[in-house]
Design a protein around this ligand. Structure first.
Ligand code: FAD
Length: 299
């Protein structure tokens, strides 16, 4: 039956959470607090990012291993083509498979010189994200593969159609889910979805939702990656640079509004960029009608 928030109570949205590998013991404790708080929401998977240039290779692995050994969550490991020959990448995937991982988020990765510099492939590396997807699928048919999608196109793509060509290549290589780059204008996502469907791509294109804990920092970060930060959004955070408490309330309101509007348009799957923080994501999931699962809580 429809609930007060317009959602069908029987059709709970599907959710997933993204974390980054912690650098220090304090960050590790913090991440673990977050994982413990969010796990009872029963996400369909949780993913752990892979640092630029492969810089977190070992930390991504140990974070994934800990999730597997201490929770019932299904982890997905991010992996990029950057800075390593194919053999090394294949080795990383095999190690993951050996410990029980069955889901990889396969990416090309940013240029080794940083966003904005020219991308160069490792001489013996996977050339594109689609190559990486095909390489994993060839060796491990039972590994599920998610990839990226760009509602505002990737900064390196000349136009949106070329960008969707790349998505199509990744799907043809075996990807079965795409997670979008963060966006704040829902119409951009919905229009992109129409174009993707018109190209015959039928895999889920899961919206990536980022609650902006620290607006200024987040804006700089997402703008670099090609996301437009609308003026109406910047205005909501105006004058709050020294007021993190109010910023947090605003960030929750904005992200909650965004997911509820998407849900009304029929979107039933969300991926949250948690930034390793639980509170806003927990509240937003609550508004989506998602409640802790007693079994998971006990686990
Ligand atoms: P791709 O889909 O491979 O390419 C993006 C676009 O670039 C294409 O659409 C195409 O137009 C153009 N392009 C790329 N290669 C070619 C080519 N050979 N010829 C012509 N055009 C080309 N980065 C990390 O380092 N670690 C992570 O864990 C990580 N996780 C991410 C998770 C998500 C959900 C998203 C959206 C991004 C993530 N990124 C991560 C960032 C990503 O690595 C960068 O955006 C990178 O620049 C592109 O990699 P990709 O696989 O997303 O792009």
């Amino acid at each position: 039956a429809p609930t007060h928030n317009g959602l069908d109570a029987r059709k709970r949205p599907t959710i997933s959470f993204e974390f980054f590998p912690p650098k220090t013991e304090e960050m590790e404790r913090n991440l673990w607090g977050t994982v413990t708080r969010l796990a009872p929401l029963d996400p369909s998977f949780v993913s752990v990012t892979y640092g630029a240039g492969g810089s977190t290779r070992e930390r991504t692995h140990s974070t994934i291993a800990r999730i597997l050994s201490e929770t019932r969550l299904r982890p997905a490991a991010h992996l990029t083509c950057v800075g390593a020959p194919r053999g090394e990448i294949d080795e990383i995937v095999s190690r993951y498979r050996d410990i029980g991982v069955r889901h990889i988020v396969a990416l090309r990765g940013d240029p080794p010189g940083g966003i904005g510099t020219a991308y160069s492939t490792h001489p013996e590396g996977y050339r594109t994200s689609a190559d990486l997807v095909a390489g994993i699928k060839r060796r491990h048919g039972d590994i599920e593969i998610s990839v990226s999608a760009y509602p505002e196109k990737h900064p390196e793509s000349p136009d949106i159609d070329t960008d969707i060509d790349m998505l199509k290549a990744k799907v043809d290589a075996g990807a079965t889910r795409a997670i979008t780059q963060v966006f704040f204008d829902n119409d951009l996502y919905l229009r992109y979805l129409d174009r993707v469907r018109a190209r015959g791509i039928d895999i889920p294109i899961v919206p990536g939702i980022m609650p902006m804990h620290n607006f200024k920092q987040a804006r700089a970060f997402v703008t670099k990656a090609g996301t437009t930060v609308p003026a109406w959004l910047a205005e909501k955070f105006e004058g709050l640079d020294e007021d993190p408490e109010t910023r947090k309330l605003i960030a929750a309101t904005v992200a909650a509004g965004q997911v509820q509007k998407l849900a009304k348009r029929g979107v039933d799957t969300f991926h949250f960029y948690t930034m390793n923080r639980a509170d806003l994501v927990f509240a937003i999931c609550h508004l989506l009608g998602i409640r802790p699962d007693a079994d998971q809580k006990a686990a």
